[in-house]
Design a protein around this ligand. Structure first.
Ligand code: HEC
Length: 174
Protein backbone atom coordinates (compact mmCIF):
# COMPACT_ATOMS: atom_id res chain seq x y z
CA UNK A 1 0.00 0.00 0.00
CA UNK A 2 1.20 3.50 -0.82
CA UNK A 3 1.41 5.60 2.33
CA UNK A 4 2.60 9.12 2.94
CA UNK A 5 5.82 7.77 4.45
CA UNK A 6 6.58 5.39 1.61
CA UNK A 7 6.58 8.35 -0.80
CA UNK A 8 7.94 10.99 1.56
CA UNK A 9 10.01 9.33 4.31
CA UNK A 10 10.58 12.72 5.98
CA UNK A 11 6.82 13.23 6.31
CA UNK A 12 5.23 16.63 5.96
CA UNK A 13 7.92 19.21 5.19
CA UNK A 14 7.85 22.39 3.11
CA UNK A 15 9.81 20.72 0.30
CA UNK A 16 7.53 17.69 0.25
CA UNK A 17 4.41 19.83 0.19
CA UNK A 18 5.83 21.77 -2.79
CA UNK A 19 6.67 18.52 -4.53
CA UNK A 20 3.18 17.07 -3.96
CA UNK A 21 1.48 20.22 -5.22
CA UNK A 22 3.73 20.34 -8.30
CA UNK A 23 2.95 16.67 -9.07
CA UNK A 24 -0.76 17.30 -8.67
CA UNK A 25 -0.62 20.39 -10.89
CA UNK A 26 1.13 18.40 -13.58
CA UNK A 27 -1.93 16.11 -13.77
CA UNK A 28 -4.00 19.21 -14.51
CA UNK A 29 -2.26 19.66 -17.84
CA UNK A 30 -4.63 17.88 -20.16
CA UNK A 31 -3.26 17.87 -23.70
CA UNK A 32 -4.67 16.59 -26.98
CA UNK A 33 -8.22 17.80 -26.66
CA UNK A 34 -10.08 17.65 -29.99
CA UNK A 35 -9.69 21.44 -30.20
CA UNK A 36 -5.89 21.16 -29.79
CA UNK A 37 -5.79 18.54 -32.55
CA UNK A 38 -7.93 20.79 -34.74
CA UNK A 39 -5.56 23.73 -34.22
CA UNK A 40 -2.68 21.43 -35.10
CA UNK A 41 -4.31 20.83 -38.47
CA UNK A 42 -6.64 17.85 -38.02
CA UNK A 43 -9.75 19.22 -39.73
CA UNK A 44 -11.80 16.20 -38.64
CA UNK A 45 -11.04 16.58 -34.95
CA UNK A 46 -14.12 18.81 -34.55
CA UNK A 47 -17.64 17.88 -35.63
CA UNK A 48 -19.61 20.18 -37.92
CA UNK A 49 -21.59 21.58 -34.98
CA UNK A 50 -18.41 22.10 -32.93
CA UNK A 51 -16.93 24.11 -35.81
CA UNK A 52 -20.10 26.21 -35.87
CA UNK A 53 -19.80 26.65 -32.12
CA UNK A 54 -16.19 27.77 -32.50
CA UNK A 55 -17.29 30.32 -35.12
CA UNK A 56 -19.94 31.63 -32.74
CA UNK A 57 -17.43 31.76 -29.89
CA UNK A 58 -15.37 34.10 -32.05
CA UNK A 59 -18.13 36.12 -33.71
CA UNK A 60 -20.13 36.73 -30.52
CA UNK A 61 -17.00 37.92 -28.75
CA UNK A 62 -16.51 35.24 -26.07
CA UNK A 63 -12.94 35.09 -27.32
CA UNK A 64 -12.25 38.70 -26.38
CA UNK A 65 -12.14 37.53 -22.76
CA UNK A 66 -11.59 33.76 -22.94
CA UNK A 67 -8.46 33.93 -25.02
CA UNK A 68 -5.03 32.38 -25.43
CA UNK A 69 -3.67 28.93 -24.96
CA UNK A 70 -6.05 27.97 -22.20
CA UNK A 71 -9.06 29.76 -23.66
CA UNK A 72 -9.05 32.06 -20.65
CA UNK A 73 -6.91 32.55 -17.58
CA UNK A 74 -5.07 35.55 -18.99
CA UNK A 75 -7.20 38.52 -17.94
CA UNK A 76 -9.21 40.13 -15.18
CA UNK A 77 -12.56 41.43 -16.41
CA UNK A 78 -15.70 43.02 -15.06
CA UNK A 79 -18.67 40.79 -14.36
CA UNK A 80 -21.89 42.38 -15.54
CA UNK A 81 -20.58 44.54 -18.39
CA UNK A 82 -24.20 44.71 -19.58
CA UNK A 83 -25.94 44.14 -16.25
CA UNK A 84 -28.83 46.33 -15.10
CA UNK A 85 -28.41 48.47 -11.96
CA UNK A 86 -30.41 45.93 -9.95
CA UNK A 87 -28.32 43.01 -11.21
CA UNK A 88 -25.16 44.95 -10.43
CA UNK A 89 -26.13 45.65 -6.86
CA UNK A 90 -27.16 42.02 -6.40
CA UNK A 91 -23.79 40.90 -7.74
CA UNK A 92 -21.94 43.34 -5.48
CA UNK A 93 -23.81 42.21 -2.40
CA UNK A 94 -22.40 38.73 -2.85
CA UNK A 95 -18.78 39.39 -3.73
CA UNK A 96 -16.99 42.51 -4.90
CA UNK A 97 -14.24 40.62 -6.69
CA UNK A 98 -10.68 42.02 -6.79
CA UNK A 99 -11.84 45.06 -4.80
CA UNK A 100 -11.92 42.82 -1.71
CA UNK A 101 -8.16 42.37 -2.08
CA UNK A 102 -6.93 45.66 -3.55
CA UNK A 103 -9.43 48.13 -2.05
CA UNK A 104 -9.37 50.08 -5.36
CA UNK A 105 -12.81 51.27 -6.44
CA UNK A 106 -12.13 50.41 -10.07
CA UNK A 107 -11.64 46.77 -9.05
CA UNK A 108 -15.29 46.35 -8.00
CA UNK A 109 -16.74 43.25 -9.68
CA UNK A 110 -13.48 42.47 -11.46
CA UNK A 111 -12.85 38.73 -11.57
CA UNK A 112 -10.35 36.45 -13.21
CA UNK A 113 -11.54 35.19 -16.59
CA UNK A 114 -11.29 31.43 -16.09
CA UNK A 115 -9.82 28.98 -18.56
CA UNK A 116 -12.53 27.00 -20.31
CA UNK A 117 -10.45 23.86 -20.73
CA UNK A 118 -12.30 20.78 -19.43
CA UNK A 119 -15.23 23.05 -18.65
CA UNK A 120 -17.90 20.40 -19.25
CA UNK A 121 -16.32 18.42 -16.39
CA UNK A 122 -16.00 21.19 -13.82
CA UNK A 123 -19.49 22.23 -12.72
CA UNK A 124 -20.67 24.15 -10.78
CA UNK A 125 -19.74 27.39 -12.52
CA UNK A 126 -18.56 30.90 -11.62
CA UNK A 127 -16.52 32.01 -8.60
CA UNK A 128 -19.44 31.26 -6.31
CA UNK A 129 -20.63 28.05 -7.97
CA UNK A 130 -23.98 29.74 -8.57
CA UNK A 131 -24.75 27.89 -11.83
CA UNK A 132 -25.01 24.13 -11.95
CA UNK A 133 -25.45 23.74 -15.69
CA UNK A 134 -23.33 24.95 -18.56
CA UNK A 135 -26.53 26.04 -20.36
CA UNK A 136 -27.24 28.55 -17.58
CA UNK A 137 -23.61 29.68 -17.34
CA UNK A 138 -23.37 30.32 -21.11
CA UNK A 139 -26.74 32.04 -21.18
CA UNK A 140 -25.64 34.33 -18.31
CA UNK A 141 -22.43 35.14 -20.17
CA UNK A 142 -24.44 36.23 -23.22
CA UNK A 143 -26.70 38.46 -21.15
CA UNK A 144 -24.19 39.89 -18.66
CA UNK A 145 -20.99 40.06 -20.71
CA UNK A 146 -22.24 40.58 -24.27
CA UNK A 147 -25.68 42.17 -23.85
CA UNK A 148 -27.28 39.40 -25.92
CA UNK A 149 -30.06 36.95 -25.27
CA UNK A 150 -28.55 33.81 -26.81
CA UNK A 151 -30.94 31.38 -28.50
CA UNK A 152 -31.19 27.75 -27.38
CA UNK A 153 -29.52 26.75 -30.62
CA UNK A 154 -26.60 29.13 -30.13
CA UNK A 155 -26.11 27.90 -26.58
CA UNK A 156 -26.15 24.28 -27.75
CA UNK A 157 -23.54 24.96 -30.44
CA UNK A 158 -21.32 26.84 -27.98
CA UNK A 159 -21.55 23.95 -25.52
CA UNK A 160 -20.64 21.44 -28.23
CA UNK A 161 -17.58 23.55 -28.95
CA UNK A 162 -16.74 23.76 -25.24
CA UNK A 163 -16.94 19.96 -25.10
CA UNK A 164 -14.05 19.88 -27.59
CA UNK A 165 -11.84 21.53 -24.96
CA UNK A 166 -11.74 18.36 -22.87
CA UNK A 167 -8.23 16.96 -22.95
CA UNK A 168 -6.58 13.78 -21.79
CA UNK A 169 -6.26 13.51 -18.02
CA UNK A 170 -3.13 11.67 -17.04
CA UNK A 171 -3.68 11.65 -13.29
CA UNK A 172 -5.68 9.15 -11.33
CA UNK A 173 -9.27 10.04 -10.65
CA UNK A 174 -9.52 7.67 -7.66
C1 HEC B 1 -16.21 40.67 -20.97
C2 HEC B 1 -15.52 39.42 -20.69
C3 HEC B 1 -16.23 38.11 -20.96
C4 HEC B 1 -16.90 37.72 -22.10
C5 HEC B 1 -17.16 38.53 -23.35
C6 HEC B 1 -17.31 36.35 -21.87
N1 HEC B 1 -16.90 35.91 -20.65
FE1 HEC B 1 -17.20 34.06 -19.86
N2 HEC B 1 -16.40 34.70 -18.10
C7 HEC B 1 -15.86 35.95 -17.85
C8 HEC B 1 -15.51 36.06 -16.45
C9 HEC B 1 -14.87 37.27 -15.77
C10 HEC B 1 -15.89 34.83 -15.85
C11 HEC B 1 -15.79 34.46 -14.37
C12 HEC B 1 -17.11 34.76 -13.70
C13 HEC B 1 -17.16 34.41 -12.24
O1 HEC B 1 -16.25 33.75 -11.74
O2 HEC B 1 -18.14 34.78 -11.59
C14 HEC B 1 -16.45 34.01 -16.92
C15 HEC B 1 -16.91 32.71 -16.74
C16 HEC B 1 -17.37 31.88 -17.75
C17 HEC B 1 -17.77 30.51 -17.58
C18 HEC B 1 -17.74 29.73 -16.28
C19 HEC B 1 -16.32 29.22 -16.04
C20 HEC B 1 -16.12 28.51 -14.73
O3 HEC B 1 -15.11 27.79 -14.62
O4 HEC B 1 -16.91 28.65 -13.80
C21 HEC B 1 -18.14 30.04 -18.81
C22 HEC B 1 -18.63 28.62 -19.16
C23 HEC B 1 -17.99 31.12 -19.74
N3 HEC B 1 -17.51 32.22 -19.07
C24 HEC B 1 -18.28 31.04 -21.10
C25 HEC B 1 -18.38 32.16 -21.93
C26 HEC B 1 -18.96 32.13 -23.25
C27 HEC B 1 -19.47 30.89 -23.97
C28 HEC B 1 -18.93 33.42 -23.70
C29 HEC B 1 -19.53 33.95 -24.99
C30 HEC B 1 -20.96 33.71 -25.17
C31 HEC B 1 -18.30 34.24 -22.67
N4 HEC B 1 -17.99 33.44 -21.62
C32 HEC B 1 -18.05 35.60 -22.77
C33 HEC B 1 -15.66 36.95 -18.80
C34 HEC B 1 -16.23 36.95 -20.05
Amino acid sequence: MVTLFSIYPQGITATNIQDAIALFERTLITPDSPFDLYLQGDQDALSKVQKEGYKLFKSLGCISCHQGRNVGGTLFQRIGVYATETQLSQLQEQDQGRFEITGNKQDRLIFKVPSLRNITRTAPYFHNGSRTTLEDAVSDMGRLQLGQELSKQQIEKLIQFLESLTGIYSGSAS
